[in-house]
Ligand binder design. Sequence first.
Ligand code: MRU
Length: 346
Amino acid sequence: MITPAIKFEQNKLFIIDQTLIPSKFEYTTLSSAEETCDAIRELKVRGAPAIGIVAAYAMFIEAQRNHTIERKQFQKRMDQTFNLLLKSRPTAINLKWALMRIKNIYDSYPDQSVQNIVKHIRSEAVDIHKEDYDACKKIAKNGLKILPNPCNILTHCNTGSLATGGWGTALGIIYAAAEKKYKIHVYVDETRPLGQGARLTFWELMQNKIPCTLITDSTAASLMKDGKVDVVLFGADRIAKNGDLANKIGTYGLSVLAKAHNIPCYAAAPTSTIDMSIKSGNDIPIEQRNKAEILKIYDYNNSQYNKSNVYNPAFDITPAEILSGIITEFGIFHYPFEDKITKTFR
Ligand code: MRU
C-alpha cells in the first residue's frame, strides 16, 4: 500500500511530517506560505517533486486567502509569495518549475476576475500533483526494461511515495517490479547525515513488504566488490542540459563505485527535474545545511564541538558520462544526453 505524503482535501493541504518517521506517522496541516516554507526548510516535506507540489498548493492557499483584493494588489501579493517559497530550498528545480507554472496562470489572465484566477490556480496545482503521479508510473514502466529479474538493487536517499506525488521515481521502479512479482532485494543506504534511507526508504519498503537490508553508506563499496549489487538506482534534484545531475550527498561516490565495478547505475526522474537553463552541473547551486545535522548523533554539546568546522553540503554532482542512463517518463536517455533532452523539450 502506497502512503501519500501530500493530501489536498476540501481546499486544505496536509503533509506527513517526515521528520517524525519512523517513530510517528502523522499528517500535519500547512495553512500558509510561511508554514509551507518552514516545512520545506525543516524537511518535514522533502524530495524534489514533493517540494514542487506543496509549493504549488501553498500558492493556491495564499491566492484563496487574498481572493477579495483588487487585481493589481493580488498580483503583487502572489509575486511576494512566489519569491518567499522559491527561497525555501535552492537545489531541487522542481520547486521553481511548479512555482513558474502557477505564476504563468496569474500572469496570463490580466482581464479575468481574481476569483476566476484563484480557480485556475487551484486546478493547476491539482494538475501538477496528478501529473507527477502519472509521470512516476511511466518512469516505473520504463525502468522495468533495465531491471534484471532476479536482482539486488542498491538505492540512496528516499525517492518513494514520500518524495513525490504518491508513487516514486527510483523507488517507484522497485514498486512496479514488486507488483510484477520480480524477485528483488534492496540494499538501502542509510544516507547520512539525516538518514532519509534509514528512516524513510527502509520504512516505505517494509510497509510494502519488499525484501530489504539497511547498510551504512560506507558499506556499498565492499558489497559491490563482493558481487552483491546488480544495479544502482537513485533519483535527482536537478539535471542540467548535458545530463550532469545533483542528488543527495553520496550519490557521486556511489556512481563512481558502480562504474569501477562495472555495475549499471541509473538515475530516475521526471522531466520536471531537468533545468534547460543550465549547461552543466557546475551551474547547479548546492545547498549547505546546518552543522548540527552532522554533529547531533555525537555528544557535541560542549564548546569545542560547537566551534568545530563542519562541511555539510546536502547534494553532490554526478557527471553525466558515468551514468548508464536517466530514466524519465519519456523513455530512457543515454550518454551523450543533450540531444535527446533538447528534442524531448521541443
Ligand atoms: O534533502 P532531500 O531529502 O530533499 O533530498 C532528496 C533527494 O536527494 C532525492 O533523491 C531527490 O529529491 C529525488 S526524490 C524523487
